[in-house]
Design a protein around this ligand. Structure first.
Ligand code: GDP
Length: 430
């Protein structure tokens, strides 16, 4: 059976923790999109880890971790991550890399930096990991697939073609040093030596695994609102963050995805620029940021403070719908235990009209939050394992959110550890 774990919002919803937890009963975990621009934070018996490229299943010895064809593969970052986890006592994970995955080239990272510099104040708030230039090249058909490393003559010819084009931009648009063909070739040969043992025809492998009845997890990065089509374009990421894309980015039939777990955080946070209707500021935001997640809401990749906001029913309902949610994992609820009153955004007011439908970007920029204030529960709910043992106001909060979203909350996460999870039967489950 294939299951997907994806985010409903701007990312950082706690997908890493849910994946790590669900990986216990899985054979294969696949990353199907994105690159080293975002990260998952995972806390387990080995310690605390920030993963950027490795799937969140690498901590078990019974799982195979796959980098799917949809991923922006940064080879040195992947190997640094492997070294980091094995250095902290995690056994060497079983890894497969799709022969159709494309590689982030050193110049992609440079172009990302140069473009943000050029845009100045109008920049996208990119993490400068080369992701946008990478995906631009992929769709402009000048990217480099892993399989090309194994035919040196055609690889050299490909490099020559690309370098001509890149050098025009470097010289005339960015006024930066030109690229050297031989240097790129040598770097790619180093990459080849590093990844050779892991390269695999992933779609064929998964086809067989599905036939053999294996449990497969697709692990998404970021969330619906960062999807290039359905998100807050252009303040989005460059690859689809939707579960449906899991079929493409892993190479499996779409009808095999039987369960879609959408991770929804009990309050909002976002990184990068773009409209964020339920955003809060000042002391209120600082306190939530400081108490948020596990040790504060700061980027796993960049360390930069995340923008904070109240729970947004409008954005989350939309986020769940576009994912094709079968189950919601409602996370980081324990963090809200300090609040007397908890505001929740239940509508957007746009030019005098209130809507609960998430609008397109131009209208979104004009939206003001309509807040409803719920009562807090004023205690620490960590350690609780049964739904009925949660304080009444906490259950009310969950049930209110569920009703607003219209999708079943079947898991409630009340702490960063694997075992901090409460399963729940929902009236909305099919
Ligand atoms: P991801 O990108 O969706 O995996 O999210 P991140 O890893 O960036 O952010 C989630 C953060 O919240 C991490 O620091 C997790 O350890 C932490 N976390 C996950 N679930 C919970 C939870 O239920 N409670 C608390 N307090 N922290 C959590």
């Amino acid at each position: 059976m294939v299951r997907a774990i994806v985010g409903a919002n701007w990312g950082d919803e706690g997908k890493g923790k849910i994946t790590d937890m669900m990986a216990q009963e899985s054979d294969i975990i696949i990353r199907f999109q994105g690159g080293a621009n975002a990260g998952h934070t995972i806390v387990n018996n080995y310690g605390k880890f920030a993963l950027h490229t490795l799937p969140s299943g690498v901590f078990y010895d019974h799982t195979t971790s796959i980098i799917g064809n949809g991923v922006a593969l940064n080879v040195p970052v992947l190997f640094k991550e492997i070294k980091d986890i094995t250095g902290k006592g995690v056994p060497m994970p079983k890894i497969l890399i799709s022969d159709r995955a494309q590689m982030v080239m050193p110049y992609h990272v440079l172009f990302d930096q140069y473009e943000e510099e050029r845009l100045g104040k109008a920049s996208f708030g990119s993490t400068k990991s080369g992701i946008a230039p990478f995906y631009s090249d992929k769709y402009a058909k000048i990217g480099f697939q892993v399989q090309e490393l194994f035919d040196e003559d055609s690889l050299k010819a490909h490099i020559s073609r690309v370098v001509v084009q890149k050098n025009v931009l470097l010289e005339h648009l960015y006024k930066k040093p030109r690229l050297d063909e031989q240097e790129i070739f040598d770097t790619l040969m180093e990459y080849k030596e590093m990844i050779k043992p892991y390269v695999c025809d992933v779609s064929a492998y998964l086809w067989q695994a599905i036939k053999d009845g294996k449990n497969i997890l697709l692990e998404g990065q970021l969330g619906t609102l960062k999807d290039p089509d359905h998100g807050i374009y252009p303040m989005v990421t460059s690859s689809s963050t939707l579960a449906a894309y899991g079929a493409i980015g892993a190479g499996i039939p779409p009808y095999e995805i039987k369960q879609i777990v959408t991770v929804v955080k009990a309050y909002s946070s976002a990184v990068g620029a773009g409209a964020f209707v339920s955003e809060i500021f000042g002391d209120e935001a600082d306190e939530l940021r400081r108490r948020g997640g596990d040790g504060g809401e700061y980027g796993a990749t960049t360390g930069r403070p995340r923008r904070m906001g109240w729970f947004d029913c409008v954005a989350s309902k939309y986020g769940c719908r576009l994912q094709g949610t079968t189950d919601i994992a409602f996370t980081v609820l324990d963090v809200l235990g300090y609040l007397d009153k908890i505001p929740v955004c239940v509508g957007y007011e746009i030019e005098g009209e209130v809507t609960t439908d998430f609008p397109t970007t131009t209208k979104l920029e004009k939206a003001k939050p309509v807040l409803k204030v719920l009562d807090g529960w004023k205690c620490d709910i960590r350690g609780i394992r049964k739904y009925d043992d949660l304080p009444e106001n906490c259950r009310k909060y969950i049930e209110f959110v569920e009703e607003q979203l219209g999708f079943p909350i079947t898991m409630v996460s009340n702490g960063p550890k694997r075992e901090d999870i409460i399963y729940r039967t929902s009236k909305l489950s099919k």
